[in-house]
Design a protein around this ligand. Structure first.
Ligand code: SAH
Length: 380
């Protein structure tokens, strides 16, 4: 049975056209599904009864099933969502004073093997479908009480104002499904988010950066993590394929169509590895031709990792060197303490097809991690 969450509005329009239905049906359905969070055709009161019956026979609106729902003391909330065959992915909601950010996953595991990332250690199983990607936003909206009511003015503040594709996986390695989900996030018949408030984060898949620019240019974050190729080859192995000069050129091309006039460079700070004054200066040199901001992420440890987080003083000094060169550099706050919801800590449950977890010493064969006690837990 076809899951209507798998279509963007254009795809849904085509699906209706094949059934002799007008394009406005796709708009109606999108609003019911995405804005109002409805999964029951029976509730769609402005859709003709005969069509509702036909839809119920042919299609479904199937969101993800939560296996676990955890809330940290700071309000950060994490869902473990079932995606079948023993696999599960994680989605994180991060409330702040003036915005709410949803961090969503794009793959079950990840194939890129960045040395400091917990998802990378889990191995890779498969790409998420469009329904599984947009389903994370659909689910969070419903659970957070953020769905709109038909006929009610919805100009008020949004519970989820920002979406970042910074969860499990490499979004640009799943570009088709990610693009369809991005289009739904931006579409006024669906979530209507601003392009500037939707961010794709990539480890640097150069050809896919160009494709994203030409199809759905949203805000772009690039995981840099090293100021030279020798170190980046080690930390972010995809660098061997797309080295820094090519990556910087792709960033410049992206800015021609980007909704923001800068690229965000993410830089995980690893004590004694990439956090020296010389590294900060080299980073300024490397990026001097790309309008950018830095987001420094002090390393978040996870079971089995050897790296260490630098001292607060070292982090401050690194930031200061960038700021003294008039480059904006923020330090990412660690959120979701106690529920393993910070950057690089998302592991989900990955049945590893690459059998990478079997190679890394000490990790369980299945790739399933032990769940650390959490601050507060709500079972769905
Ligand atoms: N694959 C994409 C999306 C992941 S986003 C990418 O690489 O950008 C998650 C961000 O957290 C990335 O910048 C990633 O490099 C960073 N990260 C991964 N492991 C981390 C860790 N242990 N501590 C801090 N940041 C980490």
């Amino acid at each position: 049975m076809v899951n209507l969450l798998d279509f963007d509005v254009e795809g849904l329009t085509a699906w209706f056209a094949e059934r002799g239905e007008k394009p406005f049906r796709a708009h109606q359905l999108s609003r019911w599904m995405h804005r109002f969070g409805v999964d029951d055709f029976g509730q769609m009161t402005d859709v003709a009864k005969t069509l509702r019956a036909r839809l119920a026979a042919e299609a479904e609106i199937r969101g993800p099933q939560p296996l676990r729902d955890s809330i940290a003391a700071d309000g950060t909330r994490k869902w473990l969502l079932d995606v079948g065959n023993g696999n599960a992915v994680e989605t994180v909601f991060i409330p702040e004073a003036n915005r709410g950010t949803l961090c969503i996953s794009s793959q079950v595991g990840c194939a890129l093997e960045c040395s400091f990332c917990s998802t990378g250690k889990q191995g890779f199983n498969r790409n998420l479908s469009t329904a599984e990607i947009i389903g994370q936003l659909w689910h969070a909206n419903r659970v957070l009480g953020a769905v709109k009511q038909p006929g009610v003015d919805d100009s008020g503040e949004r519970v989820i104002s920002n979406v970042v594709l910074m969860g499990m996986g490499e979004p640009l390695a799943n570009l088709d499904n990610v693009s369809a989900a991005l289009r739904l996030m931006l579409d006024d018949h669906a979530y209507g988010l601003s392009r500037r408030r939707v961010t794709v984060s990539t480890a640097g898949l150069v050809p896919a950066i160009d494709r994203l620019r030409d199809s759905v240019p949203v805000a772009l974050a690039v995981s840099l993590h090293a100021p030279n190729n020798a170190l980046r080859d080690e930390l972010v192995p995809i660098n061997r394929k797309y080295p820094l000069a090519e990556l910087m050129a792709a960033c410049r091309r992206y800015l021609e169509k980007a909704p923001r006039d800068f690229i965000t460079f993410e830089y995980v700070l690893l004590a004694g590895i990439n956090d020296s004054d010389a590294d900060a200066h080299a980073l300024l040199q490397l990026t001097r031709t790309v309008p950018c901001k830095f987001n420094l992420i002090p390393f978040n440890p996870f079971p089995g990792s050897d790296y260490r987080r630098p001292s607060a003083e070292r982090v401050r000094r690194f930031q200061e060197i960038l700021m003294n060169a008039d480059v904006v550099a923020t330090v990412r706050k660690t959120r979701g303490d106690g529920i393993d919801a910070a950057c690089g800590q998302l592991a989900g449950q990955v049945q590893d097809r690459t059998r990478r977890s079997a190679k890394s010493a000490g990790a369980p064969l299945s790739g399933t991690r032990t769940i650390i006690p959490i601050a507060q837990e709500v079972h769905a």
